[in-house]
Write a protein of this length. Structure first.
Length: 139
């Protein structure tokens, strides 16, 4: 069963997603960062080419030809992704394919509307019997 972890009170969701993806990549995990917002994925893509300046986070968009062999994939759908280690959800809804992954990461900001959407996702997973873990990222 998929391990579900919520990271709440994140001051910067995209930076936390980068840090989590980097750590998972260092552990030889394959990662998908999911969002329904293409512009959000564009921002992530641009940011990850520049940050951190001293290292590189190998990633590709899910529609790229080399996505199936890239450790980190950014996308609005799972496509032909062959790996299912870690899914980082930046969407307001639970991804329909989340149960294919060993681990699901839900990142929740301090914004009240984001917190409300996260509560609904928490209930969604809880009602389906997933064990939930919360990591409070407040300073």
């Amino acid at each position: 069963m998929t391990q579900v972890d919520f990271y709440s009170q994140a001051s910067d969701k995209l930076e936390l997603a980068r840090r989590i993806a980097y750590k998972a990549w260092q552990q030889n995990k394959a990662i998908m960062v999911y969002s329904q917002d293409e512009s959000e994925l564009d921002r992530i893509d641009a940011q990850w080419w520049l940050t951190p300046a001293t290292s590189f986070l190998p990633h590709a968009r899910s529609h790229a030809a080399h996505a199936p062999t890239t450790p980190i994939v950014l996308g609005t759908d799972i496509g032909d992704l062959p790996h299912c280690d870690v899914l980082i959800n930046l969407s307001e809804q639970p991804p329909g394919f989340f149960s294919r992954f060993e681990r699901l990461i839900e990142i929740v900001s301090t914004d009240e509307s984001d917190r409300q959407a996260a509560r609904l996702r928490w209930r969604f997973y809880q009602e389906r019997g997933y064990a939930l873990h919360n990591h409070n990222m407040a300073p």
